[in-house]
Design a protein around this ligand. Structure first.
Ligand code: 1HE
Length: 276
């Protein structure tokens, strides 16, 4: 099911969600935010992992500056009542939803595009990618969760430099600053993201949910409170797959751990609808 600006494809346990305004470098306007939210809700119902990508040579050029200008000049009226920012709602839906998100990045990953990318849990880019926060040059400020998410990923020093000087980071620096964890040759980021997503889909949904929902919350807690929440989590009722998976290992039937350089070998357990 596609919407006018965002594509959606279900491939076994993986939902591919693609920004599809390549003529505008996948800039994000209100329609994109609404369509993205609807498709993420759909993926939550029917998939185990989301792969987020952008059609064309650029992942995303950030905020739609044409629409922003219309808003600044009053051609688009502000809503009568204040409500939670639609970008925050949509990006939190990805970042704190029930299933992991892998982002495949190429070309421009700038401004709101970088804010969107950092709502994903694992990020892959190809060697055409560049990362930037040109808000300073546009006279605006980050508004899609970047003060929270990007700052936590790259740290205050790097984010301030990017915003104040307009410095662009290339893939090697993206790796160094933890914006991405994998860099591929040009055109291969999506394939790598799908490969990782299929691997993630072999974990139990319960563990995946905990990884993406418990870790970031514990990061926001004190040492003591973090350990307390970790203990509460360990005490939560375990789904039946746990016993099956423990038994597979104890009886010597579990797949081996994934060795570096041999990342295509299967991780533990079969996955529903996995093509491999
Ligand atoms: C756009 C946008 C956009 C391109 N909003 N229309 N974002 C930025 O400051 C980045 C602005 N964009 C660029 O710097 C460049 O477009 C790119 C480096 C991303 C790509 O360059 P290029 O040469 O491939 O494309 P182009 O010729 O610059 O743009 C092609 C078309 O896309 C053109 O429209 P056309 O009708 O003249 O063909 C551009 O106007 C259009 N386009 N980017 C609207 N962003 C919640 S706060 C978040 C704050 C931010 O995100 S600030 C960062 C904004």
């Amino acid at each position: 099911m596609n919407t006018p600006h965002v594509t959606y494809d279900l491939n076994g346990p993986i939902a591919l969600i693609g920004l599809n305004r390549p003529d505008k470098r996948n800039a994000i306007n209100d329609a994109v935010v609404a369509e993205l939210s609807a498709l993420v809700h759909r993926a939550h119902d029917e998939a185990d992992v989301i792969v987020l990508h952008g059609h064309g040579p650029h992942f995303c050029a950030g905020l739609d500056l044409g629409e922003a200008l219309q808003r600044a000049t009053g051609q688009i009226k502000p809503p009568r009542k204040r409500r939670r920012h639609n970008w925050h709602v949509a990006f939190d839906l990805l970042a704190r939803g029930p299933i992991p998100v892998v982002a495949a990045l190429q070309g421009a990953v700038v401004g709101g595009g970088l804010e969107l990318a950092t709502a994903a849990h694992v990020r892959v880019c190809d060697d055409t990618a560049f990362f930037g926060l040109p808000e300073g040059q546009r006279g605006i400020f980050v508004g899609g969760g970047g003060t929270v998410r990007i700052q936590r990923v790259v740290g205050t020093t790097v984010m301030m430099d990017m915003m104040l000087t307009g410095r662009l980071l290339m893939p090697a620096e993206g790796l160094q600053e933890h914006i991405v964890r994998y860099v591929t040759p040009a055109g291969q980021a999506l394939a790598k993201a799908c490969e990782l997503a299929h691997r993630i889909a072999r974990n139990t949904p319960e563990t995946n949910w905990k990884i993406i929902n418990v870790l970031p919350r514990i990061q926001d807690l004190s040492h003591d409170d973090g350990l307390f929440v970790e203990q509460l989590n360990s005490a939560m009722a375990r789904p039946p797959e746990v016993e099956q998976r423990l038994r597979e290992f104890v009886e010597g039937r579990a797949a081996p751990l994934v060795a570096p350089g041999n990342e295509r070998s299967p991780a533990t357990g079969p996955s529903k609808g996995d093509p491999t």
